[in-house]
Write a protein that binds this ligand. Structure first.
Ligand SMILES: [Zn+2]
Length: 430
């Protein structure tokens, strides 16, 4: 990073997500941090790269709290199926053919899609995670990475060791943009002794846990039959929640489960599209929020969504909760934006650095282009961000003070090459 690298975003409208209303002003970024919000003088901005912010909203970059980036390769490959046949007959056999190179290109495709649709941080659970780390370094994104561990493909516990090595090699790498956690895939793929091994390894690295939890009724039944517990009780009894934990889905939580998660400050990654598409169910997000749980939004992988577009995810999240409660006042636009920004940052235990626009925080922000017919006549721009915005309205994406996309041009990745390579891989594998 150049010494005293400055960016001056002029004449934008700023949505800090700290509770302050939208206001007109400038943003000055110095190196990796936000230096000034509001009035910036010529003197302060001396030598800065200038970005024209007219007709844009500057807001915190979106935090995708749960995905499997390389699954872009399986986009539209197996749709309209039930979860278990979908996994057993289509997804897992295809993934068994994946080699490191495939994971690299699939994740690169995901990175491009995220940069173009305003995601600046993502939490990823997959295989060959050193390739995802490489993509994170090159793309400029921020990420929480973990090696998905499933007992049947890991008889010698090598995958747990791979996660330990991932931690050694990449935790805090890329100017602090990468954090490495551990990932027991799910209660139904990780028996007790295996979960305990992962918890032990995570503890020794002082890392957190990323896990799928209580995604389906089937899982609920399986864990009840096997252990006489809910999936939440199962993980709790194995000591998982003693570590910082991100629990994806959490569709089926009873009151006792909610109390357990609250007691241990477990964060929830809510994946509305995935839960709807796979007909898993509807997580009662308003109830979780009332109980004081930290909730973020995730897209899940591209084969269960089929995009990484967090703007779409925000709209769906809001609509589903409204109809589920039969109450249109549930989760208004501002709370949805909170879930997608500072809520997600809290779930990833990264809210000291990201999730809001504040002087001193990391410069992770996006400029949304308001100069589009579907925003006119600009009656309420906060509402527009949740109910009208498309991922493709993101004009500029900045992470850690580095411009990853400027005026719709991705600067860190070769978009055309990535699309050619992923098409080649999909032809080979599928
Ligand atoms: Zn998932």
């Amino acid at each position: 990073m150049a010494v005293n690298h400055k960016i001056w975003i002029r004449n934008t409208q700023i949505l800090t997500m700290t509770g302050a209303p939208l206001f007109a002003g400038d943003i000055l970024i110095e190196n990796d941090k936000i230096a000034v919000l509001g009035q910036v003088s010529e003197e302060q901005a001396a030598g800065a790269e200038i970005i024209d912010g007219r007709n844009t909203i500057a807001m915190p970059g979106l935090v995708n709290t749960h995905t499997h980036a390389a699954m872009t390769l399986l986009r539209s490959y197996a749709d309209d199926m039930e979860l278990m046949p979908w996994l057993n007959d289509k997804i897992w056999p295809a993934e068994a053919k994946f080699v490191n190179e495939y994971i690299y290109w699939g994740s690169a495709l995901a990175a491009v899609e995220m940069i173009q649709s305003g995601t600046t941080t993502f939490a990823d659970m997959y295989d060959s995670m050193h390739e995802v780390a490489r993509v994170t370094e090159e793309s400029g994104l921020r990420a929480n990475l973990s090696r998905g561990c499933v007992v049947f493909s890991d008889p010698e516990l090598k995958n747990i060791q791979k996660n330990v090595r991932l931690h050694e090699n990449f935790n805090n790498a890329a100017d602090g943009r990468i954090k490495v956690w551990f990932a027991p895939h799910a209660p139904y793929t990780c028996p007790p002794a295996y979960v305990e091994k992962i918890v032990e390894a995570a503890k020794s690295c002082n890392a957190g846990i990323h896990v799928h939890l209580a995604e389906t009724l089937d899982e609920q039944r399986q864990i009840a039959e096997g252990y006489g517990k809910t999936p939440t009780e199962y993980l709790n009894d194995l000591g998982v929640f003693e570590l910082p934990t991100l629990a994806a889905h959490s569709v089926y939580l009873n009151d006792n489960d909610i109390a357990i998660l609250k007691e241990h400050n477990v964060g929830i990654a809510h994946n509305p599209s995935s839960n709807l598409k796979l007909a898993s169910g509807i997580a009662n997000i308003p109830k979780y929020l009332r109980a004081g749980l930290n909730v973020g939004i995730g897209t899940d992988g591209c084969s269960s969504n089929n995009t990484l577009n967090m703007f779409k995810e925000m709209t769906i999240c809001s609509f589903v909760q409204k109809v589920n409660a039969m109450d249109p006042t549930v989760l208004p636009a501002d709370s949805i934006l909170q879930l997608a920004t500072i809520g997600g940052a809290k779930v990833l235990r990264w809210d000291d650095e990201i999730g809001t626009l504040e002087a001193g925080k990391k410069a992770d922000l996006i400029l949304v282009d308001l100069n589009k017919p579907h925003f006119a006549p600009w009656n309420n721009s906060v509402s527009d961000l949740v109910y009208s915005a498309q991922g493709s309205d993101v004009k500029t994406t900045i992470v850690n003070g580095n411009v990853l996309m400027k005026n719709y041009e991705v600067l860190t990745m070769d978009v055309e090459k990535i699309m050619v390579e992923t098409a080649r891989i999909a032809r080979n594998v599928l």
